[in-house]
Design a protein around this ligand. Structure first.
Ligand code: PRP
Ligand code: ORO
Ligand code: MG
Length: 186
């Protein structure tokens, strides 16, 4: 699945939003990729998971984990493609993430962390920390879309299906704010 296909899937499913959006990091952007809208289609979700899995089929891993909500379906479809377990981390209400109760991690297990959209990489990093705090080791990070413009850095190999050059702005330097456009929290 090449770059054009991923962007087309977001567009075709109405998942590429245009306006003035507040991002998880606090930054603002005129573009928002609403992965939930894309991943509600099982066949598209499966195709994305297959493509992401193919980027990592040389890894010896025991599970895939993603940060909820965006990373739940993605971890599942990627894990299915790789034939391993699918886990997710949930927001802990204190700015961090924890591995969802009932999901098993054995100390020493190796895992792939996946994310739907990486802007700063902060969310997937928190999911990684949650799994590593239980004794597992992250060996790679994968994303459907990297829109970090090189800002997201990980200490393990990082690959995405597509890199998109969508601007983001600090609130105080946001031209959309300066034009008085209403900020949307999606
Ligand atoms: O790289 P970052 O700067 O962390 O931003 C990207 C994150 O923002 C979104 O999650 P969000 O928590 O907003 O929503 P979700 O619950 O739908 O995943 C998206 O799914 C990524 O997890
Ligand atoms: O940075 C974010 O919060 C973000 C950007 C984006 O395009 N899509 C999304 O779900 N979150
Ligand atoms: Mg998310």
């Amino acid at each position: 699945m090449g770059a054009v296909d991923v962007l087309s899937l977001y567009k075709e499913t109405g998942a590429l939003l245009e306006g003035h959006f507040l991002l998880r990091s606090g930054r603002h952007s005129p573009k928002f990729l609403q992965s939930t809208t894309l991943l509600q289609h099982p066949l598209y979700a499966e195709a994305v998971g297959q493509a992401l899995g193919e980027l990592f089929d040389d890894l010896d891993i025991q599970f895939v984990i993603g940060p909820a909500m965006g990373g739940v379906i993605l971890a599942f479809v990627t894990a299915k493609a790789l034939g391993v377990r699918a886990l997710f981390a949930e927001k802990d209400g204190q700015g961090g993430m924890r591995v969802r109760e009932g999901l098993t991690i054995h100390p020493g297990e190796r895992f792939l962390a996946v994310e739907d959209v990486v802007t700063t990489g902060g969310s997937v990093q928190k999911a990684i920390q949650a799994a590593e705090s239980k004794g597992a080791h992250c060996v790679a990070v994968g994303a459907i879309v990297d829109r970090s413009a090189g800002r997201a850095e990980f200490s393990v190999p990082y690959r995405s299906l597509v890199q998109l050059d969508f601007p983001t702005y600090a609130p105080e330097a946001c031209p959309l704010c300066q034009r008085g456009e209403r900020l949307q929290e999606v």
